[in-house]
Design a protein around this ligand. Structure first.
Ligand code: PEP
Ligand code: MG
Length: 579
């Protein structure tokens, strides 16, 4: 048997190919004294390296294929913005002048200062930003030292059909590898929420991350099998193993082909229960992907993306244009616009970021709490959403509700803005639906009260699990406790669905759990009738729905809801999936 190592599965699919080990040639940076007369010249050399880094990133961004999800360009844009930030453009120049040192040393010193600040904050979101700084600084340094990083100084199609094995891979590097036709990715670092994981999933490259000492196990050009679903890497497979995995690969291809054929079919169970399959969206450029899978609408539009990576928060008009574009593109299908969920791991400003990192970000001033505290930004958003409702079927959704008091405040702000819009003769849909996210255990337990006052509910399981189990969703150390099948989570979900049924309003789910095919039948059996998930998963979810019989699922689900241990629940869900 070949040598097998395991890691975290982050992007499914089987890859078979020769290993390509990436070893970054470490840059050796030493300090030189630069004579006063040559200081300006040294600063110019630094600025030229910055400009070159910018050109390189723009060239990479411009090669992103049109159909790929927009968050990929977002990563590169974030790096481009960093190249404009004074902490990387001005501060090193000041160090060169003050310390009379070479540009490389100045940049390295500044990078260490920034990374130390992030390290002290001990926040998972900032840890990701720390990686970003390292990527950007590494690129400038390599320009300064004329030391190309590996993809830039590469041979043509170097990564074609290869399984790349590396400590870590930057977003720009992944894109280059994708263009070459890379077969799979394995990294030593990273978790399910790392950049490598998100990009690999979006681009459909099988990937496994978090494999300790992977580069010590596998040699360059060795034959490797990667199973992205099981998180397994096998080196030097035996012929019989190789043919087994080739068979699995063919099977996967066939499966995807069959799924494509489901596009035009309704999502309806064998006993005739119709289920709404909606898409989660981050920016308008995601719309073509939604059309490809024929989603019934947008179940979650995360508006934060409009506010991140920009110098000034967008005003009413800019937001209105953005929302209208999406609403018009969806041609009458529902578009659920979630009001701002900034704060926590998505702070708006640097000053806020420092504050939240020092306290408890997830439990602090986040989402609707920060909107109600800073009503100007919130009011502009409410107005923009209302105005966009004149162009289609818009639903406004409020994140992180925990009390009815918050809901009352929101509803009264909406009423005020409706009145103002009427006075200003600006059109909007008088009956625009307003819903709330159930993602705090307290809200799930009182969902009946929210259901009476809202038009729909949507379960945000990413946060609901985080808050119920007290597990930071981004913290790799405690990720093993993050489990949608914990009996408490199932009870909270069921409670919310029942509350919706009693009040006669729809209950959706837009957290990652809705897009995970392992849970589709369980959720159907629990009464969920609206799923909202990342577009690429929707056809698979549809195939499961269309092959299910709700009456049978309901019987099994009742038993699952009575089970006490996660082990029992896992076994019972597996049985349910095999029916
Ligand atoms: C959730 O919490 O499940 C959710 C959909 O919201 P977000 O992931 O944006 O917090
Ligand atoms: Mg949430």
């Amino acid at each position: 048997m070949g040598l097998v190592v395991n890691g975290i599965s982050v992007s499914r699919g089987i890859a078979i190919g020769k290993a390509h080990l990436l070893k970054r040639n470490e840059l050796e940076i030493t300090r030189h004294i630069v004579p006063k007369l040559l200081i300006n010249e040294e600063i110019t050399r630094f600025k030229v390296a910055l400009k070159k880094a910018r050109r390189q990133l723009i060239a990479i961004r411009d090669r992103i294929p049109k159909h790929t999800p927009a968050d990929i360009a977002g990563f590169i844009n974030a790096h481009l913005l960093m190249l404009e930030d004074a902490v990387l453009t001005e501060a090193p120049a000041v160090i060169i002048r003050e310390k009379q040192c070479n540009a490389e040393w100045a940049l390295k010193t500044q990078c260490e200062t920034l990374v130390n600040v992030f390290e002290e904050m001990n926040d998972p979101y900032l840890r990701t930003r720390q990686d970003d700084i390292n990527y950007v600084v590494d690129r400038i340094l390599r320009n300064l030292m004329d030391a190309n990083d590996y993809p830039a100084g590469r041979k043509h199609h170097e990564f074609k059909m290869r399984i790349v094995i590396a400590e870590d891979i930057s977003p720009a590097e992944i894109l280059i590898m994708y263009h070459d036709g890379v077969a799979g990715l394995v990294t030593r670092y990273g978790g399910p929420n790392s950049h490598t994981a998100i990009l690999a999933r979006s681009l459909g490259i099988p990937a496994v991350v978090g494999v300790p000492h992977i580069q010590d196990f596998i040699l360059m050009n060795e034959m490797v099998v990667l199973d992205g679903k099981r998180g397994m890497i096998m080196a030097l497979p035996m012929p019989v193993e190789l043919s087994f995995y080739r068979g699995q690969q063919r099977e996967e291809k066939r499966r995807l082909q069959v799924l494509k054929g489901l596009k035009e079919l309704p999502s309806r169970t064998r006993d005739g229960v119709t289920v709404q399959l909606m898409a989660n969206v981050e920016i308008p450029e995601d719309i073509p992907i939604i059309k490809k899978v024929a989603a019934a609408g947008i179940g979650l539009y995360r508006t934060e993306m409009l506010f991140l990576n920009c110098k000034e928060p967008p005003g009413e008009e800019e937001q209105f244009q953005n929302y209208r574009k999406i609403v018009q593109a969806m041609k009458g299908a529902p578009v659920t616009i979630r009001t701002l969920d900034l704060g926590g791991d998505k702070p708006l400003q640097e000053s806020q970021r420092r504050y939240v990192a020092m306290t408890n970000p997830a439990m602090g001033l986040r989402a609707i709490r920060s909107c109600l505290k800073e009503p100007e930004i919130f009011i502009a958003q409410i107005r923009a959403i209302l105005r966009s409702s004149a162009y289609g079927q818009v639903r406004m959704m409020i994140p992180m509700l925990s009390t009815l008091q918050e809901l009352r405040q929101v509803l009264s702000l909406v009423e005020e803005q409706k009145k103002r819009l009427r006075n200003q003769r600006k059109s909007f849909d008088e009956n625009m639906k307003i819903g709330g996210m159930i993602e705090i255990p307290a809200a799930a337990m009182t969902a009946y009260a929210f259901a009476k006052r809202l038009d729909f509910l949507s379960l945000g399981t990413n946060d609901l699990i985080q808050y119920s189990l007290a597990v930071d969703r981004l913290d790799e150390e405690v990720n093993y406790l993050y489990d949608p099948l914990h009996p408490a989570i199932l009870k909270l979900i069921r409670m919310t669905i029942v509350a919706g049924q009693k009040a006669g309003i729809p209950v959706a789910m837009c957290g990652e759990m809705a897009g995970d095919a392992r849970y589709t039948r369980l959720l159907l059996g629990m009464g969920l009738r609206e799923f909202s998930a990342y577009p690429a998963t929707l056809l698979e979810i549809k195939s499961i729905i269309n092959a299910s019989q709700v009456t049978t699922l309901e019987k099994h689900t009742k038993k699952i809801l009575r089970a006490e241990t996660q082990e029992d629940i896992i076994t019972m869900v597996e049985t349910l999936n095999a029916l």
